[in-house]
Design a protein around this ligand. Structure first.
Ligand code: SF4
Length: 373
């Protein structure tokens, strides 16, 4: 489907009457040769182009910070969990399908930067082969359809996914990971066929969920609320995974407002992710763990229980690790989800240094705790 928007610097300059200095433009061009830009016109309208610190602009408009290549392109070990092209099976109960490399907009902090918007051989080639794999694995209780963004695909394709997956008796629920409610909400409330499809396949026996990605209260517009409302009315509960990002939501007030706004829209706060150490992302977007933990906890002090149902998580190669607390120079962590299920719920501590941003930056307090990771 065609989404109206901007994919070149010149288009942005013309549409919003901004002049990017020549030197900066050259460097941004260098960034765009590696990772394309796409800003849906609706989302571009949320940006105050006069404000160099605009948080929405930071999310979607390239920066010279992306020339810094510290970090990795596969921080969650997605390659090692790929069992079929485009199908990952990391946690016993969940199959993850990468059905497209396209999105409604390209987030500059994306942890799948290695594949979104550029040629890749990591996305699903044969959906039917994925269905066969899931059928042969009765331990899989749910499927996460992701990418890229599956909701940029035609509604007929989405219906095909749902119809085939719904035939698998051991699947208890199906999830879509999509930023379309944030980037282009009219694709949802403006497509009655899509809503009918969701309504048909989201049943009391096998619910369809949508996990979205609001990062800043400015994104919770009237249009985004309408998209969420349409999904809920079609029987699709919506939850949110935010990423803690420098310059976007690294402020307790902003983070708390985000949670209040999404909760008022009917979205369940699910995770706040520590920004992964992704190449061209880590250096300018990641907040050190100590500071990040304090921001999250201060935000929680401003929230009622409903708006703080999220967990603060490091989505690490070994599993999803909850950041439970900090005492002195020790950080307490817990496996919320793990490749090795016996580690789920295991509390462990590591030595914290002021600039540590990821599990791999931490030192074990004792050898046996270090052995956990
Ligand atoms: S919508 Fe999701 S997959 Fe697409 S660029 Fe943003 S974070 Fe990445």
């Amino acid at each position: 489907m065609q989404i109206p928007g901007f994919s070149t610097l010149e288009e942005v300059e013309k549409a919003f009457n901004v002049a990017i200095p020549e030197k900066e433009k050259e460097r941004l061009q260098e960034v765009l040769e590696k990772h394309p830009m796409f800003i849906p016109d609706y989302y571009a309208g949320l940006i105050d182009w006069e404000d160099p610190e605009d948080p929405i602009k930071k999310i979607i408009f390239p920066s010279v910070g992306e020339l810094d290549v510290a970090g990795s392109y596969d921080t969650s070990g997605e390659k090692e969990n790929t069992v079929l092209t485009g199908l990952q099976h990391k946690y016993k109960e969940t199959a993850l399908l990468l059905v497209t490399n396209r999105c409604a907009g390209y987030c500059r902090h994306c942890f799948r930067k290695r594949l979104v918007g550029i040629p890749t051989n990591e996305t699903l080639k044969l959906f039917d082969a994925a269905v066969e794999y899931i059928k042969e694995h009765p331990e899989i209780t749910n499927v996460l359809i992701s990418g890229g963004d599956p909701l940029v695909l035609p509604t007929d394709v989405i219906e095909y996914f749902l119809s085939e997956l719904s035939k698998i008796p051991h699947l208890k629920f199906i999830r879509f990971g999509s930023r379309v409610p944030v980037f282009y909400p009219m694709r949802i409330y403006g497509d009655s066929k899509l809503l009918e499809v969701f309504s048909k396949y989201s049943t009391p026996e096998r619910r369809v969920y949508l996990v979205t990605h609001f990062n800043h209260p400015k994104e919770v517009t009237e249009e985004a609320r309408r998209a969420v409302d349409s999904l809920i009315r079609a029987g699709v509960p919506v939850s949110n995974q935010a990423v803690l990002l420098r310059g976007v939501n690294d402020d307790p007030e902003v983070l708390a407002t985000l949670m209040k706004e999404i909760t008022s829209a009917g979205v369940i706060p699910y995770y706040v992710f520590q920004c992964r150490p992704v190449k061209r992302v880590k250096t300018h977007f990641q907040v050190p763990l100590k500071e990040a933990y304090e921001i999250v906890e201060k935000a929680k002090q401003k929230l009622d229980g409903h708006a703080k149902r999220f967990k603060f998580i490091m989505s690490h190669r070994t599993g999803k690790i909850e950041i439970v607390g900090i005492i002195g120079n020790e950080i307490y962590l817990k496996y919320h989800q793990c490749k090795e299920p016996e580690k789920v719920g295991k509390l462990f501590k590591m030595l914290l240094t002021p600039n540590a941003g990821w599990l791999d930056d931490l030192k074990p307090v004792r050898e046996e705790e270090g052995a956990l990771v």
